[in-house]
Design a protein around this ligand. Sequence first.
Ligand SMILES: NC(=O)c1ccc[n+]([C@@H]2O[C@H](COP(=O)([O-])OP(=O)(O)OC[C@H]3O[C@@H](n4cnc5c(N)ncnc54)[C@H](OP(=O)(O)O)[C@@H]3O)[C@@H](O)[C@H]2O)c1
Length: 279
Amino acid sequence: MTTRPFGSDSAAVSVIGQGTWYLDHGDRRMAVAALRAGLDRGMNHIDTAEMYGEAEPLVAEAIAGRRDEVFLVSKVLPSNASRAGTKAACERSLRRLKTDRLDCYLLHWRGGVPLAETFAAFADLQREGKIGAWGVSNFDVGDLDEALDIAGPGAIACNQVLYHLQERAVEHGVLPWCAANGVALVAYSPFGHDDFPEAGTAGGKVLARIAQAHGATPRQVALATLTRHGNVFAIPKASSAAHAEANAGAMALELTAEDHAAIDAAFPRGPRKRHLPML
Ligand SMILES: NC(=O)c1ccc[n+]([C@@H]2O[C@H](COP(=O)([O-])OP(=O)(O)OC[C@H]3O[C@@H](n4cnc5c(N)ncnc54)[C@H](OP(=O)(O)O)[C@@H]3O)[C@@H](O)[C@H]2O)c1
């Protein structure tokens, strides 16, 4: 499975996409090449944010001449998320990304501005053709209920949340809520940001064994595990073409029921948490 509809948006979006947080902190030429290599391998989903420093201009360079291939996502900071502030932030992101539209625009996390204001700005931006779909990020079930009450069914394309093998809290409530309401769940930090299970650990050994059986890598197994649910996407960040290409390879990996059982045993979901974890 390489693409699927993105929640309420019918666009064909790659199941594995490309994150860009901290991408501007390393070698810029390599980072641009990584995003392009990812696009070459079908990872059309590129995730950025006004918060990510120089990442938006870097994305602009990577997608120059290829804009139509990309499902481009950016995010407004909660401190900018008033009706006027959201629209101004979007204009700034469009300028930095050197494009005239975003495919999806997200509220990065919930802040003090009433959701109705931000969502009204998203609707304005949609009418103006500046964004295709819109969504939210770091929303727990209560926030999603409130968002749905305000926006109505079919309006919220996605909820982007922390989801990796060692942090499966979303499976208790957020993931089923999204599946039931036609909302895509986008797994951010799918490798745990900088905490991927080490090769020598019990979990690392399980991943290595399954990876070897499929001619894959442990990280590919992790991505295939997270995206086994029909409404889930993952957006690993890669700073090199080799890493991007390896991540794209996860889209061809089909795990068995036995694999999933072994991974579930090695990385248990854990008890329900009081608050949705976020980075
Ligand atoms: N909405 C939110 O609040 C939120 C929060 C956090 C993140 N995000 C989004 O999610 C994206 C991904 O999360 P993340 O950047 O925190 O971390 P991540 O994707 O979980 O992990 C990134 C780390 O994995 C390494 N890596 C990637 N591909 C690899 C490969 N094939 N082999 C070996 N190592 C590999 C990277 O190394 P290299 O850099 O050397 O390739 C980097 O050290 C972000 O970039 C951002 O777009 C959103």
